[in-house]
Design a protein around this ligand. Structure first.
Ligand code: S3P
Ligand code: PEP
Length: 448
C-alpha cells in the first residue's frame, strides 16, 4: 500500500452482523507496558500488545533511549529495561506520529532524567496542547523550548535530581496525571497528584504491579496519588486486555444493524473505562457480560451484543472521563436512536486528534442527521433506527476514531458514506476493516 495516498473507504452491511471477534490490546495499557518495562531492571514479557502505530512509536522511543524492545510473535513482546534513572540520550528526534499518550507520558519520563529530547509528530499531534504537561514538569525543574502555543515540535531538557511536587490536575487527564507520576519515579522524595475527577487508573494499577511505592487516598480535594521516587521496578509478565475503546465500535455497530448478534471477546472492563457500555445500555442497547474474569490486574469479560432499538438520553456529564474516546461512537449510536440525545460536559473532545465535536457535527450533518453543536458536546436527533440518508464524503481529519465511527455509521445508510481517508485507523486498530468483513460487512476501497 502506498502510505502517502489517502485511502477512501466505505462499509456496508448486506445483512446482520454475526459471529465473534477479539479486539486488539488496550492502547493505554500497551503504551504503559513498554514504558514501565523499559524502566524495570530485567526482562518484562508482554502478551496481547496492541501493534498499532501509536504503540509502535512508544516502542521506537524506548529503544532510542537504550531499552531493548523485541517482538517474539503476534502481540508478544519483550522489554529489557535500563532501570529508573538509566535512560540514555536519544540521538535523533523522537517521532511520536499521531500519539498524544506517547508524547505526554514520555515527556514525564524524560523530565527527571538528565537528557535532552526533541519531540516531533504529525500535523494532528502538532496542533495538540502540551502546556498541560510542560507546566507541572517545569515546576519539577525540566526545561522546555516549545513551538508557539506550547506545541510540538518541542525540546525538553530533563534534570536529575528533579524536585518533587504536589499538583492538583486542572483538567481531567490521565495523560497529565501519568506524566507527573512517571517524572516522580526518578525524583527523590514523594511526588503527589491530586485528581478532583477520577480518570483512567492504569498507571496506578500497573505501577503497583511493578513494585513501586504508590498509594491512592481520598481527600476533600479528590484522589491523592503519592509515589515515592528513586524507585526500583520489578519486571512483569503482562497480559494486555482487549481495548474497550475499540470494542465500542462493535457495540454500536451490532446495536444499529438490524438482526445483529455478536460476541466481542476479552474486553477490558476497568470501571474508569466502561462509560460507553453504561451510556449505550441506558439508551436500550442489549449488551450482556459473559465469563467475567481478570486479566493482567484488570477486569475482563466477553460481551454479547444484539441489535436493539435505541432511545435518546441525556448523557450524564460525570460519565465523560470514563468514555472520553468513545463520544464519536456514541454520537453515531445517537444518530440511530429515537429522539434527541444530548451529550455535553466533554470539552476535552476539542483537543483530541481532531476537534471531535466539530468533526462529528460536520460528518453526521453531511449524512442528513440533525445536529446542534455546543462548546462542550452535541445534541443529535436520531432516525429511530432507520438508515441514515447518507450520500456524503466525510473528512477523517487524521483522526482514527472519526474514521472508524463514520465507518460504522456507513453500515446502515441509504446512500454510501465515504470516509475520505482510512489510513489513520492503523494508529489504534489495524484489523478494523478485516474484522468488519469477518462479521459480514462489505468494505469498498473507493477510488478517488
Ligand atoms: O492516559 C491515556 O492512556 C489516555 C488518556 C486520555 O487522554 P487525556 O489524558 O488527554 O484525557 C485518552 O483520551 C487517550 O486516548 C489515552
Ligand atoms: C485521544 C486518543 O489518543 P492519544 O491522546 O494518545 O493520541 C485516542 O486514542 O482517542
Amino acid at each position: 500500500m502506498n502510505r502517502s495516498e489517502p485511502r477512501p473507504l466505505t462499509l456496508s452491511a448486506p445483512g446482520p452482523l454475526t459471529g465473534s471477534l477479539t479486539v486488539p490490546g488496550d492502547k493505554s495499557i500497551s503504551h504503559r507496558s513498554l514504558m514501565f518495562g523499559g524502566l524495570a531492571v530485567g526482562e518484562t514479557h508482554i502478551t496481547g500488545l496492541l501493534e498499532g502505530e501509536d504503540v509502535l512509536a512508544t516502542a521506537a522511543a524506548m529503544r532510542a533511549m537504550g531499552c531493548t524492545v523485541t517482538r517474539s510473535g503476534p502481540g508478544e513482546w519483550r522489554v529489557s529495561g535500563v532501570g529508573v534513572g538509566g535512560l540514555l540520550q536519544p540521538e535523533t528526534a523522537l517521532d511520536m506520529g499521531n500519539s498524544g499518550t506517547s508524547t505526554r507520558l514520555l515527556m514525564g519520563l524524560i523530565a527527571s532524567h538528565a537528557i535532552t529530547a526533541t519531540f516531533i509528530g504529525d500535523a494532528s499531534l502538532s496542533r495538540r496542547p502540551m502546556a498541560r504537561v510542560i507546566e507541572p514538569l517545569s515546576t519539577m525543574g525540566a526545561d522546555f523550548t516549545a513551538s508557539p502555543g506550547g506545541r510540538l515540535p518541542l525540546t525538553l531538557r530533563g534534570i536529575s535530581p528533579a524536585v518533587p511536587i504536589t499538583y492538583t490536575l486542572p483538567v481531567a487527564s490521565a495523560q497529565v496525571k501519568s506524566a507527573i507520576l512517571l517524572a516522580g519515579l526518578n525524583t527523590p522524595g514523594i511526588t503527589r497528584v491530586i485528581e478532583p475527577v477520577l480518570t483512567r487508573d492504569h498507571s496506578e494499577r500497573m505501577l503497583t504491579g511493578f513494585g513501586t511505592d504508590i498509594s491512592v487516598e481520598p481527600s476533600d480535594q479528590g484522589r491523592v496519588i503519592s509515589i515515592r521516587g528513586e524507585a526500583e521496578l520489578r519486571p512483569q509478565q503482562i497480559v494486555v486486555p482487549g481495548d474497550p475503546s475499540s470494542a465500542a465500535f462493535w457495540m454500536v455497530a451490532a446495536s444499529i444493524v438490524p438482526g445483529s448478534d455478536i460476541v466481542i471477546r476479552n474486553v477490558g472492563l476497568n470501571p474508569t473505562r466502561s462509560g460507553i457500555a453504561t451510556a449505550l445500555r441506558a439508551m436500550g442497547a442489549d449488551i450482556v457480560e459473559q465469563d467475567t474474569r481478570e486479566a493482567g490486574g484488570e477486569p475482563v469479560a466477553d460481551l454479547r451484543v444484539r441489535h436493539a432499538p435505541l432511545s435518546a438520553i441525556e448523557v450524564p456529564h460525570d460519565l465523560a472521563p470514563s468514555m472520553i474516546d468513545e463520544y464519536p461512537a456514541l454520537f453515531v449510536a445517537a444518530a440511530f436512536a429515537s429522539g434527541r440525545t444530548v451529550a455535553r460536559g466533554a470539552h476535552e473532545l476539542r483537543v483530541k486528534e481532531s476537534d471531535r465535536i466539530a468533526a462529528m457535527a460536520a460528518a453526521l450533518g453531511a449524512c442528513g442527521v440533525e445536529i446542534e453543536e455546543f462548546e462542550d458536546g452535541l445534541a443529535v436527533t436520531g432516525t429511530g433506527g432507520d438508515p441514515l440518508p447518507g450520500g456524503a464524503r466525510i473528512a477523517s481529519l487524521l483522526d482514527h476514531r472519526i474514521a472508524m465511527s463514520m465507518g460504522i455509521a456507513s453500515l446502515h445508510a441509504g446512500k454510501p458514506i465515504v470516509v475520505d481517508d482510512a489510513r489513520p485507523i492503523a494508529t489504534s486498530y489495524p484489523d478494523f476493516t478485516d474484522t468488519a468483513i469477518a462479521l459480514g460487512a462489505e468494505a469498498h476501497w473507493v477510488t478517488q
